[in-house]
Ligand binder design. Structure first.
Ligand code: RB5
Length: 147
């Protein structure tokens, strides 16, 4: 089953995440994602990840997108920015198992990845797993409500 087909996905990155971002957009387009918006950065020139992460977080919060994807060198800086926004749950994922748990337990609505520490093929596996996995609710919802 193609879990990506009807999704509206926002994506942001800094210079370190630029190449991987393009590869992921190409992959999502190939899978027929309904809407993809690239919030930048648009080159490998050094830049500041908050400039792209804050606008994307606002758009996801407003419900303009189902999910976000964020990419910087480590995935940490960009996640820190996103998680300042109430209602955004950005999870740093560097392997598919963590991506699955980020959905099952944390109902993550942004998938963050560390471009400098994973290959393109690993990133695409993580993307597939994240979007194919449902939130389990129950005790995990109680915990999320307490965030
Ligand atoms: C950029 O050099 C790097 O600091 C950034 O991509 C990210 O890893 C920050 O958390």
């Amino acid at each position: 089953m193609n879990h990506l087909k009807h999704l509206r996905i926002a994506i942001c990155n800094d210079h370190a995440g630029y190449d991987l971002k393009n590869q992921i957009i190409e992959y999502l387009e190939g899978k027929g994602a309904e809407k993809i918006k690239d919030f930048g950065a648009y080159s490998t020139e050094s830049c500041d990840y908050p400039d792209f992460a804050h606008p994307m977080a606002s758009a996801v919060k407003k419900g303009e997108f189902d999910y976000g994807i964020s990419i910087c060198g480590t995935g940490n800086g960009i996640s820190m920015v996103l998680n300042k926004h109430l209602g955004i749950r950005a999870a740093l994922c560097w392997k598919p198992e963590i991506a699955a748990l980020a959905r099952q337990h944390n109902d993550a609505n942004v998938l963050s990845m560390p471009a400098r520490f994973i290959t393109e093929s690993e990133a695409l596996d993580i993307v597939d797993t994240f979007f194919a996995t449902e939130f389990e609710g129950g005790r995990h919802q109680t915990r999320i409500d307490k965030i």
